[in-house]
Design a binder for this molecule. Structure first.
Ligand code: IPM
Ligand code: MG
Length: 365
């Protein structure tokens, strides 16, 4: 069976990590007999430069036609002064929304080899394995009305709308409960129900839905406490489910617990299981073009794509094992550097993953 995969490198280090993902995907495709056809498209600042819009119609069309999308990263200082609607981030938000990718899975896993790279003490993070389930197409990111307006007294004010419908809450909570069933059976729903009505409803709907999942343990937590607990005792969490903005913030914090945001992949899924797979990190303009970016989050996003959209769990396992191997070998990009390890660049890290994948085959022969 053939699969069409759309590659959207985007901006800055996005351009450097996508080729590493491509190398890895090619090796896995050959080994597991997948017929993968890749195509490229423009998004973010790269699309603004070429076509004047952060999400050209042609990109959206290709994405709709594809079985899965691999995305690098968007945004950067060259585009910060553009009109709000032309900013690279708008392209990303729009493609998520147009494809209905409401379910964002962000696994924060502590690789034992990187325990020392974490900002927390080893005993707090070793063995850490959290899945953040972030709602991705609603909440304050998309709520209307929104804008910046001038009041009668001449003062400007900015405003946004934090809004969630029952069905939006139910479908993301369902995804979280389903994921918890395949893991350790615990869901922590994060809200601010002591202040925000939208999250009072959130808490009610999640609680109702929990009746369908008697085997899953549900806990509710206010977002400020959740942020504190993440840095105090992160291993208490299994699945965390939350809205768009809280999920954005908590997933960056969770990423750092694992040593580097350069290690965190993500999957953004719609009801049909189609998805965009992208690292949680941004476009890192400060290190772009210097062969310094860590490609592992992007490569691990390929693994998620194989698992969730291309029905090739064995390929996903192989990639994840290969990432473990290169870390065992002591290879480290600057973001995860530590004493006694071997510094490598983006390309060498990608090559090492490919070599580790090939070695798995030789070992099995
Ligand atoms: C992320 C990013 C995006 C978000 C930005 C680039 C719009 O921070 O994917 O976490 O806020 O969703
Ligand atoms: Mg973010």
């Amino acid at each position: 069976m053939s699969h069409n995969v759309l590659l959207l490198p985007g901006d800055y280090i996005g351009q450097e990590i996508i080729p590493e993902a491509e190398k890895v995907l090619a090796v896995v495709a050959t080994r597991f007999g997948l017929d993968i056809r890749t195509e490229r498209g423009l998004i973010g600042g790269a699309a603004v430069d070429a076509e004047g819009f952060p999400l050209p119609a042609s990109t959206l069309e290709k994405a709709r036609a594809a079985d899965a999308v691999l995305l690098g990263a968007v945004g950067g200082p060259a585009y910060d002064n553009l009109d709000r609607d032309l900013r690279p981030e708008k392209g990303l938000l729009r493609i998520r929304s147009e494809l209905g990718l409401f379910g964002n899975l962000r696994p924060a896993i502590m690789y034992p080899q990187l325990v020392d790279a974490s900002s927390l003490k080893p005993e707090l993070v070793s063995g850490l394995d959290i899945l953040i389930v972030r709602e991705l197409t609603g909440g304050i990111y998309f709520g209307q009305p929104r804008g910046i307006r001038e009041r009668e007294d001449g003062e400007r004010e900015g405003f946004n709308t934090y809004i969630y419908s029952e069905s939006e809450i139910r479908r993301i909570a369902r995804l979280a409960f389903e994921m918890a069933r395949k893991r350790n059976g615990r869901v922590c729903s994060v809200d601010k129900a002591n202040v925000l009505e939208a999250t009072v409803l959130w808490r009610e709907v999640v609680t109702e839905l929990a009746q369908d999942y008697p085997d899953v343990e549900l806990e509710h937590m206010y977002v400020d406490n959740a942020a504190m607990q993440l840095v105090r005792a992160p291993k208490q969490f299994d699945v965390m489910v939350t809205g768009n903005m809280f999920g954005d913030i908590l997933s960056d914090a969770a990423a750092m617990l694992t040593g580097s945001i350069g290690m965190l992949p993500s999957a953004s899924l719609n009801e049909k299981g189609e998805g965009i797979y992208e690292p949680c990190h941004g476009s890192a303009p400060d290190i772009a073009g210097q062969d310094k970016a860590n490609p592992l989050a992007m490569i691990l996003s390929v693994a998620m794509m194989l698992r969730y959209s291309l029905d090739c769990a064995a390929g996903a396992d192989a990639i994840e094992a290969a990432v473990g191997t290169v870390l065992d070998q002591g290879l480290r990009t600057p973001d995860i550097a530590s004493d006694g390890c071997q510094p490598v660049g983006t390309v060498a890290m990608g090559d090492a993953v490919v070599a580790a994948l090939n070695a798995q085959v030789n070992d099995n022969e």
